[in-house]
Design a binder for this molecule. Structure first.
Ligand SMILES: [Zn+2]
Ligand SMILES: [Zn+2]
Ligand SMILES: [Zn+2]
Length: 310
């Protein structure tokens, strides 16, 4: 169907050196809106017209109100909004969007908190160093251009030697300079309350390619490392052992049995610790998000209910 059309009117009212602005709009052609309107309030809002005004007309102040507005920082990226940004800037190709995000999460440059991607200290420090020493590369246009040049190589429109010749010598120079000028940055490890079982020091959190883990700060005398163990307090529905909170490679939280790989219990939904299935005594699982519910893990039991608020 045709789009709706509006007449938008803006009036600027000057009063003692201040400018007040009012905007009104009215529908001039209903188009699809004659059969479909999103919601009552958008309709209301969109059809508020200004009264007829003429140039230099004097208007009367009826009331004045002062309000304080705070600027909101821009929202953090989510997976979807970051991909949109990459797409708009021509960085990467559809096949590289998801791996890009997986990489920055798994290397500890950003942390996934709920749906937001939040830079870590390591991420911020790395970005600063890159911006300082590799200005030309950490640049939206460079990446998009390189993408174009690689496409040209693929299509045979240009030779790869030429592309490399343009890229590599200046890059090599920046690399040399960076080697000499970038100081070693130390990011303090977060101390955990887990004690090293070899020397008794408090273990610290470390990040590797494979995710977060605990390491002994006594390195190199003590090379002890441990997996991070966060228990849910719930018992494994398969073998009765502890259920641990785990992180997938993509940084998504899941739940797994401590006896893995002997026991293969694994779930995206959290098992409940202080409530058993009222029908069979089995373990209850809590699904959140779309289709949220609490249900029994036991396949032969159909118990389920809506989630209760805590
Ligand atoms: Zn130790
Ligand atoms: Zn188990
Ligand atoms: Zn049950």
């Amino acid at each position: 169907m045709e789009s709706a059309e509006y007449r938008i009117t803006t009036a600027e009212i000057d009063a003692k050196g201040h400018t007040f602005r009012a905007t009104g709009s009215e529908i001039t052609f209903k188009g699809y809106m004659s059969v479909y309107v999103e919601s009552a309030d958008t309709k209301e809002e969109k059809t508020k017209a200004l009264p007829k005004l003429s140039d230099k007309e004097e208007v009367l102040l009826q009331k004045s109100e002062s309000k304080q507005h705070f600027t909101q920082p821009p929202a953090r990226f989510s997976d979807a909004s970051l991909i949109r940004e990459l797409e708009e800037n021509g960085i990467g190709r559809p096949s590289t969007y998801a791996p890009t995000i997986t990489t920055i999460v798994s290397r500890g440059y950003v942390q996934r908190v709920k749906k937001q991607l939040i830079p870590t200290e390591l991420g911020n420090v790395t970005t600063d160093i890159m911006k300082q020493s590799f200005k030309d590369i950490v640049d939206v246009e460079f990446t998009a251009n390189m993408e174009q040049q690689l496409d040209d190589v693929e299509d045979g429109a240009t030779g790869y030697v030429k592309v490399l010749k343009e890229f590599y010598p200046p890059f090599e120079k920046s690399l040399e300079i960076a080697h000499e000028t970038v100081k070693k940055v130390e990011i303090k490890d977060k101390v955990s309350d887990v004690l090293c079982d070899k020397c008794g020091r408090n273990m610290v959190y470390k990040v590797s390619k494979f995710g977060k883990f605990l390491a002994c700060p006594g390195y190199p005398e003590c090379k002890n490392t441990m997996a991070i163990r966060v228990t849910t307090g719930a018992k494994c529905p398969k073998c009765g052992s502890e259920v641990l909170v785990k992180q997938s490679k993509k940084g998504k939280t899941y739940y797994g049995c401590e006896k893995w790989p002997k026991c293969d219990f694994m779930a995206w939904d959290e098992p409940l610790k202080d409530e058993k299935c009222p029908e069979c005594g089995g373990v209850l699982m809590k699904k959140t998000g779309r289709g949220a519910k609490t249900y029994c893990y036991n396949e032969n039991c159909n118990y389920e209910r809506k989630n209760t608020k805590k």
